[in-house]
Ligand binder design. Structure first.
Ligand SMILES: [Zn+2]
Length: 261
């Protein structure tokens, strides 16, 4: 697998967005269907979060990677069509965002196949997959191979692209995900990370990646990063990275094609 980057760039950066919206809650517990506040917070990702993200990416001329659950693709089809129309990469993120470790084999198959059908209705045949809540079982992994996916982005076994049982893995990490830092659940008792501290975490990872000449995946959720002052963090992250170094902002599809070429 090649470890250099096009045009002698010092590092490769992928901005990835998991468009969970309501599916994240409905897949966790059907009782959420009656929890209007929670669902509305999730829906904000489609109504306001995605448009803000698309505006930022367009202004910086960057293509992002959007992992979209089938439920979101159906429930928010118009929003998802704007993602596709802007030329961004779209990956598979389950159907109802069921954690595969808590799903039966039949449910795991349904998650993959209904998810593919829902994305197909948007005109998308995804090449990449990200498991809901980053729980990936051998059964779901076998389904990815059966359906000929080109890469997965759910595992954490290295901090650069690697092969897992023959499939390309574009690894992630919880500490680079906006959800643990910036999402808060009533009654859970934890606190938000200060926005400046989170930006500094992202930038520290960028500096370490630049020193190693490696690839970094940042993970975000439109309902989390799409709030006004947080969208500004994303804007500043991009501007700061561009100012500090020569970096290839690339989709997961671009990185997958490059490292395997
Ligand atoms: Zn998700």
């Amino acid at each position: 697998m090649r470890t250099d980057w096009p045009d002698s760039n010092e590092a490769a950066i992928s901005l990835t967005f998991d468009v969970d919206c309501e599916s994240g809650w409905l897949g966790e517990d059907a009782a959420y269907v009656n929890r209007l506040s929670t669902l509305s917070e999730a829906r904000f990702g489609a109504t306001r979060g995605v448009p803000r993200i698309l505006e930022i990416l367009e202004r910086h001329e960057i293509q992002g990677t959007f992992y979209i659950p089938g439920d979101t693709a159906e429930r928010h089809a118009e929003t998802c069509r704007t993602i596709v129309a802007a030329g961004h990469d779209v990956g598979h993120h389950g159907y109802l965002h069921l954690r595969s470790d808590g799903a039966t084999q039949a449910q795991q198959r349904e998650e993959i196949e209904r998810g593919l059908e829902a994305l197909s209705a948007l005109g998308v045949t995804p090449r990449g997959y990200r498991s809901p809540s980053w729980e990936l079982t051998p059964e779901t992994f076998a389904l990815l191979q059966e359906h000929d996916f080109a890469w997965d982005s759910s595992l954490m076994g290295d901090d650069r692209p690697y092969l897992h049982e023959g499939m390309l893995e574009l690894p992630v990490h919880w500490s680079l995900d906006d959800w643990p830092h910036l999402h808060w659940k009533p009654g859970r008792g934890d606190a938000f990370t200060a926005p400046e501290d989170f930006l500094n975490t992202w930038l520290a990872e960028f500096e370490s990646a630049r020193a190693d000449h490696r690839h970094v995946t940042y993970t975000m959720h439109p309902e989390v990063i799409g709030r006004g002052y947080r969208a500004q963090l994303l804007d500043r992250l991009i501007a700061e990275i561009r100012q500090r170094g020569n970096v290839w902002f690339a989709t997961h599809g671009d990185v997958a094609r490059w490292v395997m070429s």
